[in-house]
Design a protein around this ligand. Structure first.
Ligand code: MGP
Ligand code: SAH
Length: 246
């Protein structure tokens, strides 16, 4: 649903926790590593030419726009308004689409530069007023966070992740996938986790058993133009499109 159509419903007071560095942003040149991702720039951000800014990690980590839109649609299809916590925001690929779908977003990244980039990119999409950016460590902030959905797209260890045959959850950064999931569960059982395409699916299913009773889980393969890009696990109310945060 278009943001403009929903604006009247969005009267909740905004609690800004902005901590964005003021220094001017210097764009990095397109390195050989980045070139492959730069060639895919319009599938990463369709408004790339309108002023999107990236850094090297941002290039190889950002969720392609089509997948980020489907993550946001699965959060209740925009029917209900709620708060999504994007715990590993990066350059904002997911946070922007959650905000466009009508959610209020708390966007956290440990790297101040990422928050600066994500804030810039949110402005390109006209949704900066719907996102509270926080520079900080998700694990330290977790106990003070409240939200209806937690979105997790942690680092996978760089582009070399794809050389691994079976990507086990202990390879996620900065902590293993079980620890990340357990911290997220203290906020809400409605968790969406974006994982590598070669992730160990049995281990992903086991995450749902960490809760008693076990959480609902639905696992989805994510494609862009027939190319498999990642795996998304939907837990709790986000599985089977049953989220209701009203
Ligand atoms: P990729 O496998 O590096 O690229 O990343 P591609 O073009 O599929 O490579 P190919 O040559 O094998 O076809 C694919 C997607 O995974 C990226 O667009 C990101 O959305 C996501 N991704 C990749 N990495 C290394 C990370 C990461 O560290 N963290 C997160 N959250 N996402 C990542
Ligand atoms: N979904 C994002 C990509 C996330 S990449 C997008 O679409 O743009 C993973 C991010 O996690 C990186 O930007 C990294 O800086 C951040 N990160 C790593 N450790 C963190 C921590 N402890 N707390 C918060 N963010 C962290």
């Amino acid at each position: 649903m278009a943001r403009s159509a929903r604006s009247k419903k969005r009267k909740r007071s905004k609690q800004r926790v902005k901590a964005i560095p003021e220094e001017p942003f210097k764009e990095e040149p397109i390195s050989p590593l980045v070139r492959k991702y730069w060639l895919q720039r319009y599938s990463l951000f369709s408004r790339y030419d309108e002023g999107i800014k990236m850094d090297e990690e941002g290039w190889f980590s950002v969720t392609p726009e089509k997948i980020a839109i489907s993550h946001a649609q699965r959060c209740g299809g925009g029917v209900v308004i709620g708060v999504v916590i994007d715990c590993f925001t990066g350059v904002g690929g997911n946070a922007i689409q959650f905000a466009r779908m009508g959610y209020h977003v708390v966007a956290i990244d440990i790297d101040p530069r990422k928050v600066q980039l994500a804030s810039n990119n949110a402005k390109v999409y006209g949704v900066e007023d719907y996102i509270d950016f926080i520079v900080g460590d998700f694990f330290k902030l977790a106990t003070s966070l409240k939200g209806d959905v937690v979105f997790l797209s942690p680092p996978w260890g760089g582009p070399a992740y794809r050389t691994i045959k079976n990507f086990t959850l202990d390879l996620l950064k900065p902590k293993d996938g079980y620890s990340i999931f357990q911290v997220a569960q203290k906020i809400t059982p409605n968790i969406i986790m974006f994982l590598p395409r070669n992730v160990d699916l049995q281990q992903v299913e086991e995450l749902s058993w960490l809760s008693s009773p076990p959480l609902n889980i639905e696992i989805e393969a994510n494609y862009v133009q027939c190319n498999l890009k990642g795996t998304t696990a939907y837990f709790g109310g986000t599985a089977f499109g049953k989220l209701d945060v009203s």
